[in-house]
Design a protein around this ligand. Sequence first.
Ligand SMILES: Nc1nc2c(c(=O)[nH]1)N[C@H]1C(S)=C(S)[C@@H](COP(=O)(O)O)O[C@H]1N2
Ligand SMILES: [Mo]
Length: 286
Amino acid sequence: MSNLMTRRTFFRGMAAGAAICFVPMALGSSELTATPLNYFQGYANYYEFGTSKSDPAKYLGAIKTDGWKIQTYGCSNDGLHTLESLLSDLPEVHRTYRMRCVEAWSMVVPWTGVRLADLIAKLNPDPKAKYIKLTSYHDSDVMPEAGRFGAMKKPYVEGLRLDEAMNDLTLLATGSHGQPLDTPNGSPVRLVVPWKYGFKGIKSIVKIEFTRKAPRTTWMELGPDEYGFYANVNPEVSHPRWSQSSERTLPSSSRWTADRRDTEMFNGYGAEVAHMYEGMNLKKYF
Ligand SMILES: Nc1nc2c(c(=O)[nH]1)N[C@H]1C(S)=C(S)[C@@H](COP(=O)(O)O)O[C@H]1N2
Ligand SMILES: [Mo]
């Protein structure tokens, strides 16, 4: 499906001037400069391909994306769809967001994709559904760690409350830096939820379900005291083993010292998202 991005976007993007993908966007708190693509690919969290940041980049192109299919459940459009048929009639968006990993580092990524809200409207979920559950591709033939990284249940599962999924900031990304995503970053399609820790951004999605109950997500099962369902970026709620008050900004300009910034509430996207959590105890619902 790299086609979706190559055909629809890449050429159009080029016609409009490649700058389109690199212009800092005003969304969020500050002007953002994109982390270079090779760094973004070379420092990736994708445990099915290995636990070191450099492991996923050894598998560039490993996930075959042609004719990619996604199964949908819990909506009037239940069934097996091609990614092309799901996304190609939806408006394409370009958004440059900061991505804040729960491990206290961040990068800036110029995404291309669609708003998840637009896909949800098209799928027409069960009116009683309150959540969306997303599941990653899983194939132990191409993913060396898929069967080995014992503690982590496969396939990788993530979820959002439906109002979070329909927030204007929430994307299904098919590209970054003006190119289709490659294997390390979750080709052909991954979730982007910029006010939440990076682990919510599930890669290589093959299943979309609308549910009435909150889904059990991979990281909650792995460490319920460390990784909550909400996972909203919050400098005031520490991870049990480290502070979340500041973050390393990657790549560092110096070999010897890390560049740092103070972590912002909701990763700087509070104006767009804080209203969804009014009255909630964010220490309890972390
Ligand atoms: N399927 C899957 N999705 C995943 C992960 C993973 O291990 N497997 N890692 C998550 C984590 S912890 C982060 S920080 C982001 C990292 O995205 P990037 O590697 O494209 O920067 O992907 C998330 N999505
Ligand atoms: Mo992460």
